[in-house]
Design a protein around this ligand. Structure first.
Ligand code: ZN
Length: 191
């Protein structure tokens, strides 16, 4: 993998005082710059959250999904348990922001998140996790507890011993209830 790695910097945040390190990955569809947020005194088997970028949720506070709630929960838990959040820049389950907004437009017409992706010619989930293995090995981490509801993620992260799956269940709202139902019923999430 062609990956450039930044220096380590301090990141005081509203969720705790973290260290951060960036990983710039040259991918077929352009560069992706990922961020690792972690505590200096990492646990030997840390709780790790692998969070995929969701601009509309993480930054804008969209109620169509549960991404921001999950991100905030993960950062607070990292602070509390000396863990790590790996923020992956694979927007919209890796179809990119423009395609995601087109998928939202189709959802406005009544399609669900999976149907909308299919109509645009994508799989329901286009994410990959090779870089996660690279990042964890870089930190000399071989065993983790993975904070996720997604069994596919547990199976997709290779060469890392996932000793435990820690659930991350958020309250639903009137806008994301059907989205969460699709995640549960069609994408196998354990909600
Ligand atoms: Zn989201």
């Amino acid at each position: 993998m062609n990956i450039k790695i930044s220096q380590i910097a301090n990141l005081p945040s509203r969720f705790g005082n973290f260290k951060v390190k960036a990983f710039k990955e040259a991918a077929a569809d352009g560069c992706k710059e990922h961020l690792v947020i972690y505590k200096e005194n990492l646990e030997e088997v840390p709780v790790v959250r692998v969070h995929s970028e969701c601009l509309t949720g993480d930054a804008i506070g969209s109620l169509k999904c549960d991404c921001r709630d999950q991100l905030e929960y993960a950062l607070k838990l990292a602070e509390k348990t000396n863990g790590m959040v790996i923020y992956l820049r694979q927007e919209g389950r890796n179809i990119g922001l423009l395609n995601k907004i087109n998928a939202y437009a189709l959802q406005d017409e009544g399609l669900n998140t999976v149907e909308a992706n299919h109509q645009l010619g994508f799989e329901a989930d286009e994410r990959t996790y090779e870089v996660v293995t690279f990042i964890l090995h870089h930190f000399n981490i071989h065993k983790i507890k993975l904070l996720t509801n997604n069994p596919n993620k547990v199976n997709s992260i290779s060469d890392i011993d996932i000793v435990e799956r820690v659930p991350i269940i958020m309250d639903s709202n009137e806008y994301n209830k059907s989205y969460l139902d699709v995640k549960k019923d069609e994408m196998g999430h354990l909600l």
